[in-house]
Design a protein around this ligand. Structure first.
Ligand SMILES: *[C@@H]1O[C@H](CO)[C@@H](O)[C@H](O)[C@H]1NC(C)=O
Ligand SMILES: *[C@@H]1O[C@H](CO)[C@@H](O)[C@H](O)[C@H]1NC(C)=O
Ligand SMILES: [Zn+2]
Length: 286
């Protein structure tokens, strides 16, 4: 009962669940080892460790990123939800929703929100790893299958969600940090604590959150949300190319506080067993 009340009243994005089904507040103190229910028993959980050598080549067409190149219509809502910084994705200035289709997806998946996972001044904090390398941070762009009513509904369905993962790496002199990403991370000075929120004018598109990372070269598998309740509803797409960012950008995230007013650091989940799931690699080409 309690879980249901939370689902219906409190939450509209699954990564903002504050409680597991037994009513426990969850946290990242053990990077998810103590999470219960499907998080503990599921066999198709995320994140995973990508081993490029062990992937199968994906021959599907590329993913079509519709309206990703069109400016979003502001103001854009950004919030500290106690576990991460999340941004609502509005329609574009043309009134169209950004969405993805193609690749291994059937149908359209509407871009609804994005958020981040990160480490600390002395630890890397991406969720997925590639060839045993953990990157500094990871951005997730969460999409909902257009045939379902909302994210809560979609999270209950096997084909409910599609998440794009972008791995971020701190480099000394990043050539061009995407302008949208810079604007969003600069805004976190306004969201220092749980529940604090702000809005920013738009003036950027979703592509300007991702920059020049090749959208056609990606790793793909079926998995779950990486936060309670760990619904196994996600078709994952993680770009193989890494987005270079600056130390000063990522360090803004390390200064935030979480729902316990502790430093919001290392908010990533441990690697989960693959359990023989196929993992695909699509090579970048048009
Ligand atoms: C952490 O990131 C640094 C710099 O991005 C990298 O050199 C190092 O190999 C990473 N550590 C792990 C364990 O992946
Ligand atoms: C945004 O923050 C204000 C307080 O500054 C709070 O009253 C409001 O409920 C918050 N809105 C959301 C949607 O979290
Ligand atoms: Zn995430």
């Amino acid at each position: 009962m309690q879980a249901n009340v939370f689902h219906k009243l409190f939450l509209w994005l699954p990564f903002a669940y504050h409680h597991t089904s037994n009513g426990m507040e969850w946290n990242y103190l053990t990077n998810g080892k103590t999470w219960t229910d499907l998080c503990a028993t599921g066999k198709q959980q995320s994140p995973i460790a990508f081993d490029i050598q062990k992937t199968r080549e994906l021959k599907s067409p590329r993913i079509y990123f519709a309206n990703y190149n069109v400016e979003l219509k502001g103001p854009i809502f950004i919030k500290n939800n106690g576990h991460t910084i999340s941004m609502d994705i509005p329609a574009t200035i043309n009134g169209q929703p950004p969405f993805i289709s193609g690749g291994r997806l059937r149908g359209r998946y509407l871009a609804k929100g994005l958020h981040f996972h990160w480490g600390s001044p002395n630890s890397n904090g991406s969720e997925h790893t590639i060839n045993n390398r953990r990157y500094d941070a990871e951005m997730h762009i969460v999409h909902r299958n257009a045939k379902y009513i909302d994210i809560i509904d979609a999270a209950e369905k096997k084909d409910g969600l599609a998440v794009i993962g972008v791995l971020l790496e701190i480099v000394k002199e990043p050539i061009a940090i995407p302008t949208g990403l810079t604007k969003v991370i600069n805004a976190v000075i306004e969201t220092p604590r749980d529940e604090s929120n702000t809005t920013i004018p738009a003036g950027f598109s979703l592509d300007e959150m991702i920059g020049n990372v090749d959208h056609n070269d990606f790793l793909s598998y079926d998995g779950s949300l990486t936060t309670p309740l760990c619904h196994e509803a996600v078709s994952w797409t993680v770009f193989t190319q890494i987005l270079p960012v600056s130390f000063s950008m990522v360090s803004k995230l390390w200064k935030l506080r979480d729902h316990c007013n502790h430093p919001m650091i290392n908010n990533f989940r441990d690697i989960q067993d693959l359990n023989n799931r196929p993992v695909y690699h699509r090579f970048g080409r048009a």
